[in-house]
Design a protein around this ligand. Structure first.
Ligand code: ADP
Ligand code: ASP
Ligand code: MG
Length: 412
């Protein structure tokens, strides 16, 4: 039997009515002759509520218990989806992560999938089950504890199942009808892309476009899973949505294909650190041990053997970063005069594989920002992206200015 993986995000399963609506879609694929693995998220808002409860109960929570609580949202949806399908006479049952069992690394709240054995689910398909409804975002560690895959992790569950079961395709149903040139909620001029290359999607996701979790794109790329993003709110159309595929499948590539942003960034400067070998290693080694996600790094020019070291990290990690470097200073591991934190910045990035063969993209980007009077605080580049940190109040303006400057509203 050919097999499809269909993943439904939080807004697509936000109410019993919506669950019934998407269950009909699943039923249609069963009628088309497919066995289906459905991956579900928690109902919209549920995971945030659960995270809030954990933080209120225990600010410095035990991540294993965090996972026990936040994974529960998906369990509810999986059961409800299986019941809905059964009501439609579609043979279905639900599976929690540990029942599959989807095995993960022991890094709670940010676990990685290690293995998905297919025998349990395949045995049920062989007995006539048509739909396996799997709770997304969760698995089980070797120690038998529940672990979650990081926010947005149901996308990764879906792609991993598609790879493990050799699915014909992995369809990610969400609240927008595809991947756009930028977040359609920020720019009305955002244009839906028919296709996007894995590499570009990977950059957009890792730079903040939350339409797909970064890890899901990595897996799709590695295991060559045909991945489609489409809306669960629109009428059925077999060609709907955006296909994430190999670069070679895209006829024409733009120099820049998308603009991404990440709203909650902070810029941290350690003032006056010694400018000698081993200092950067000591600072960033300590931060990494404390699991601070350092993103951009700049080291300023040196004067009289001392320099300033600036890095960026998510705003909710600033307290930990601050404590970590202060502790390291107290222990004599590192040395600096002062720490200066700017909590009101955001990161805006342009992405495109065409950048590999074109020059002048950075100049055009900086020009567009300066025309709007937006000051750039930090810049980083890689082969197919350029990112800048700017004041958060300019986020929308910067995204729109760059979208205009690179002509993204026009069909490519
Ligand atoms: P789900 O709950 O279905 O997983 P998410 O909220 O995680 O949905 O992801 C969908 C959201 O991603 C959209 O509502 C949109 O605001 C946002 N988004 C950000 N960048 C993009 C982009 N380039 N294209 C499409 N959507 C984007
Ligand atoms: N429910 C989880 C979250 O909100 C996982 C997901 O929806 O992908 O992050
Ligand atoms: Mg999501």
């Amino acid at each position: 039997m050919p097999l499809l993986v269909m993943k439904f995000g939080g807004t697509s399963v936000a109410t019993l009515d919506r669950i019934r609506r998407v269950a009909k879609r699943v039923g249609r694929e069963v009628a088309n002759g497919y066995d289906v693995i459905v991956i579900v998220s928690a109902m919209a808002g549920k995971t945030n509520e659960l995270v809030g409860w954990v933080e209120e109960t225990s600010p410095l929570f035990d991540a294993r218990e965090y996972d026990a609580v936040v994974s529960s949202g998906e369990n509810v949806t999986a059961g409800l989806m299986a019941l809905t399908l059964q009501e439609m006479d579609v043979p279905a049952r639900s599976w929690q992560g540990w029942q599959v069992p989807l095995k993960t690394s022991p890094v709670h709240a940010a676990a990685r999938i290690e293995e998905i054995p297919t025998d349990n689910i395949n045995a049920k398909f062989a007995e006539g089950m048509k739909v396996a409804v799997v709770a997304g975002f969760q698995g089980v560690t070797e120690e038998g504890r529940i672990a979650t895959l990081g926010r947005g992790g149901s996308d990764t569950t879906a792609v991993a199942f598609a790879a493990a079961f050799g699915a014909e395709r992995c369809d990610i149903y969400t609240d927008v009808d595809g991947v756009y040139t930028t977040d359609p909620r920020i720019s009305q001029k955002a244009r839906k892309l028919e296709k996007i290359a894995f590499e570009e999607m990977l950059e957009l996701a890792s730079l903040g476009a939350k339409v797909l979790q970064t890890r899901s794109v990595e897996l799709a790329m590695r295991y060559k899973v045909p991945l489609r993003v489409l809306s669960s709110f629109e009428e059925y159309d077999p060609n709907a949505g955006t296909l994430v595929c190999d670069e070679e499948e895209i006829m024409e590539s733009n120099v820049v294909s998308g603009v991404a942003y990440s709203r909650d960034e902070a810029k941290v400067t350690l003032v006056s650190v010694a400018d000698r070998p081993g200092v950067a290693s000591a600072i960033f080694g300590t931060l990494s041990e404390a699991a601070v996600n350092v993103d951009m790094i700049i080291q300023n020019i040196s004067e009289e053997g001392r320099t300033d070291m600036t890095f960026s990290c998510p705003t909710n990690q600033v307290a930990r970063a601050d404590r970590t470097v202060q502790d390291a200073r107290d222990k004599g591991l590192i040395n600096f005069h002062d720490i200066v934190v700017d909590n009101d910045v955001c990161k805006v990035s342009v992405v495109g594989i065409g950048m590999r063969s074109h020059t002048g993209v950075a100049a055009k980007m900086f020009d567009a920002l300066s025309a709007e009077g937006i000051n750039i605080k930090v810049i980083t580049t890689s082969e197919i992206k350029i990112s800048v940190l700017v004041d958060r109040k300019y986020l929308e303006l910067a995204v729109q200015a760059l979208h205009d400057a690179f002509g993204l509203e026009k069909a490519g």
